[in-house]
Design a protein around this ligand. Structure first.
Ligand SMILES: [Zn+2]
Length: 163
């Protein structure tokens, strides 16, 4: 699920698996702004889901009804402190197939690593980075958060990612 206690960017890609089964699909999550769904007891953050045309499909969605899902294809993320992350998702699962932390960036993850591929790239600079496999999107988001956030992905890039 999309954990709202970790800073997240409105527009984060999620898979909806809530009670309205006919709407099970992948959407972009935004804060719900209906002003009617604040839970006075649990303070539960709710979400508004939009489709590829930025049309709202569902309001007031609970965090437990959505799972953060990897951005499709390859994506380079530049952090506000200058570090860089490349994510890759070719398999269509809920995990990134590969997450490359460019040299200088580190994470205390225990996900499996592929050091051979970095060595075989023949680029000594690349070999100083770390290539993790099967990484949940929430871990990437937490790492981005630890480094002060990411430089905004421009709308054109996002549109290409949706296409
Ligand atoms: Zn609402």
């Amino acid at each position: 699920m999309l954990n709202p206690t970790i800073a997240w960017t409105p527009g984060t890609l999620v898979r909806y698996h809530g009670s309205i089964t006919t709407l099970h699909d992948t959407y972009r999550a935004h804060p719900c702004t209906c002003l009617n769904c604040d839970d006075p007891v649990f303070g539960t953050a709710r979400f508004r889901l939009t489709d590829g045309n930025d049309v709202t499909v569902l309001d007031c969605v609970r965090a437990t009804s959505i799972t953060e899902t990897p951005e499709p294809g390859d994506r380079l993320i530049t952090l506000t402190d200058g570090h860089r992350i490349t994510t890759s998702n070719q398999s269509g699962t809920d995990l990134y197939d590969e997450v490359f932390l460019h040299p200088g960036l580190d994470a205390d993850w225990d996900h499996p690593e592929d050091t051979a591929e970095l060595f075989l790239s023949g680029d000594p600079e690349l070999a100083k980075g770390r290539l993790f496999l099967d990484v949940p999107p929430a871990d990437v988001r937490a790492l981005i958060d630890e480094h002060g956030g990411a430089v905004e992905v421009d709308a054109e890039t996002r549109q290409q990612q949706l296409a």
